[in-house]
Design a protein around this ligand. Structure first.
Ligand code: IMP
Length: 199
């Protein structure tokens, strides 16, 4: 049975500052105090699963076990239609170490040019997992469809935001006012489902 999330502290099991900002924007108005794995100095577990849900659960389980508090994680990525859904669950890895998202965006663009793709459609996917210290788990998936542009535009946002234009929009997520992005993003879509079920 679905379990409601009471008001109080929620550990955001992510080391990505862009995601922490978005998760705080989404959850704090609902009365939850979001504290990130970065602030708590938690280690970053390895993402060994081949699905967004599997990796989201690895992160949330690790944070719930380490803190004894409910933990929330987001596993997300970009699926490019002409590339058969790549980079998908490997989106972060495509940026190398240390993360260089310009390089990752360029890699996607080079592949699209190599295959002379006319279809530049893509979707962002976000899977939110909530894990309680007693092992109860809930998972929600959201998406936003759009088109990839080149060259990248805009300094706001993070990751692949500068090359993604959501359907019906002209600005990239990198150019868009963050409040507007946060209302239409894949993360917001997953959050709406979570809110209906858990809050
Ligand atoms: P992971 O969920 O930590 O494996 O990383 C997902 C990767 O997908 C991020 O590092 C970003 O490159 C990309 N990504 C996920 N959500 C967004 C978003 O809202 N904007 C831009 N890029 C995103």
């Amino acid at each position: 049975m679905t379990r409601k999330l009471g008001k109080g502290r929620l550990v955001a099991a992510t080391h990505n500052n862009g995601k922490v900002r978005e998760l705080k924007d989404l959850f704090e108005p609902a009365g939850l105090e979001v504290v990130s794995a970065i602030e708590l100095g938690l280690p970053e577990p390895e993402e060994t699963e081949q699905t967004f849900a599997g990796n989201a659960l690895i992160k949330a389980r690790a944070a719930a076990e380490a803190t004894g508090q409910p933990a929330l994680s987001d596993d997300s990525g970009l699926e490019v239609t002409a590339l058969g859904g790549m980079p998908g669950v490997h989106t972060a890895i495509w940026a190398g170490e240390p993360r260089d998202f310009y390089k990752a965006m360029e890699k996607v663009e080079n592949l699209l040019q190599e295959i002379e793709a006319t279809d530049r459609s893509a979707r962002f996917v976000s899977t939110l997992a909530v894990v309680w210290p007693d092992g109860h788990e809930e998972v929600f998936e959201g998406e936003v469809h759009g088109t990839l542009v080149w060259p990248p535009r805009g300094e706001k946002g993070f990751g692949f935001d500068p090359v993604f234009v959501a359907d019906g929009e002209t600005e990239t997520f990198g150019e868009m006012d963050p409040a507007k992005k946060h209302a239409m993003s894949h993360r917001a879509d997953a959050f709406r489902k979570l809110k209906t079920a858990l809050l």
